[in-house]
Design a binder for this molecule. Structure first.
Ligand code: FEO
Length: 391
């Protein structure tokens, strides 16, 4: 029996979501600090629920709502986003509150929810649409491809609250709901990781959304994941402006796998050579660091070096997975090169370079191919190349 309580965030507005402390994998994104699925209840003439939670937590959602009102009284459910971490408790909620209208974006929210949950009591809305729920108004602002076609945020002008769903959030489980009750550095680090791994391909859409939202007076951003912003709103808005700009910094990331340490030795020499040039460099063995963490570091680092030995005439599967992941994130303004050791064929290094080009990287240094074990002279030559390269 759940006995979860709603958390008041404003007069007659409550957080009724769930904290997923144990989550360590969000469809491949390693979430070292868990997450939250945030849902909000507004007690007005029409009782309104903004979003639901992942269905494994639906009893917590219903329990929190029940701590302030009978859930059967809900008349409006706003579904900001079809992805199941926010929508998969809709059927259970609609069963308890069968008369509730489910507001979703048109046409993509409607298509997505119908495809997932069949026919429910949907009310599609478009840009500029708003509804009155009594003393309050809810204005709907589509944010397509931020990060799904259906994504939408909701603004309540009377409260100056933006219900932002995935935007401005982070995967972070906390016991306290507000930004100023938690460590801001951790929040911003996790928000950056979230942006890098979920929103990196959608920088233009993020900038468009920031322009649209820029005209609103916002005193609270009630996100779909992590903390609710009330004190540090400029910090997260400024961070989104910077992250969506595609700006990169003079920093290098070296990513590799190795069979018998030769590619590892080359990787270390590359990282140290960047440092010698005055460019800080990070060094990641893909076997030991989750892809989401590596991608977060690559996000604003101008240079990337990727190394793979040759195995079965190709790339190490771990590096192939990494390249597939990074290609999907469509990084912009980055430069890269390939390296690796080999016993005989040595095909992997050219294949890595091709994949880097296909992912949109500018190749900034001729690929480094070394048979068997690198000699001191070969390693010195690598250092010289990096020191003298016109990046
Ligand atoms: Fe938090 Fe796109 O779902």
């Amino acid at each position: 029996m759940n006995n979860c309580k709603a958390v008041k965030i404003a007069e007659n507005i409550y957080w009724v979501g769930a904290v997923d402390w144990s989550l360590r994998n969000f469809h491949g994104y390693k979430t070292h600090r868990g997450t939250t699925y945030n849902a909000y209840l507004i007690l007005d003439e029409k009782i309104t629920l903004i979003d639901t939670v992942k269905d494994t937590f639906k009893d917590e959602l219903i329990s929190r709502i029940s701590s302030v009102i009978n859930p059967a009284k809900i008349e409006i459910i706003v579904s900001s986003h079809v992805e199941p971490d926010h929508s998969s408790s809709l059927p259970a909620t609609a069963e308890i509150a069968p008369a509730a209208e489910i507001i979703t974006s048109s046409p993509n929210g409607l298509k997505g929810l119908t495809g997932r949950y069949g026919k429910l009591n949907y009310k599609p809305v478009k840009a500029g649409d708003s509804i009155s729920i009594g003393k309050r108004t809810l204005q709907f602002v589509p944010t397509p491809m931020l990060h799904w076609p259906d994504s939408m945020v909701t603004y309540c002008p009377e409260e100056k609250i933006l219900f932002s769903n995935d935007a401005f959030g982070e995967h972070l489980a906390t016991s306290m709901r507000f930004d100023d009750e938690n460590d801001l550095k951790i929040i911003l680090d996790e928000a950056k990781k979230y942006y890098a791994n979920i929103l990196m391909p959608f920088g233009k859409q993020a900038q468009n959304a920031l322009k649209t939202l820029g005209g609103l007076e916002i005193e609270m951003i009630a996100t779909g994941h992590g903390v609710i912003w009330r004190k540090n709103i400029p910090a997260i808005l400024d961070a989104y402006k910077e992250w969506s700009s595609g700006e990169v910094k003079e920093r290098a990331v070296v990513v590799f796998d190795t069979m018998w340490h030769s590619t590892e030795i080359i990787a270390r020499t590359i990282a140290e050579s960047f440092a010698k040039r005055g460019i800080p460099a990070a060094y990641y063995d893909v076997k030991t660091t989750p892809l989401a963490d590596i991608a977060t570091d690559i996000f604003q680092s101008k240079y990337l070096a990727v190394g793979s030995p040759t195995i079965h005439n190709g790339i190490m599967p771990t590096i192939a997975e990494f390249l597939c992941y990074i290609k999907g994130l469509q990084p912009v303004n980055h430069k890269a090169f390939a390296f690796g050791s080999y016993g005989w064929g040595g095909q992997s290094i050219g294949m890595v370079e091709d994949e880097l080009k296909a992912a949109g990287f500018d190749i900034c240094l001729e690929k480094i191919r070394i048979a068997h074990v690198p000699t001191k002279e070969q390693l010195d030559e690598i250092t010289e190349k990096i020191l003298s390269a016109e990046f």
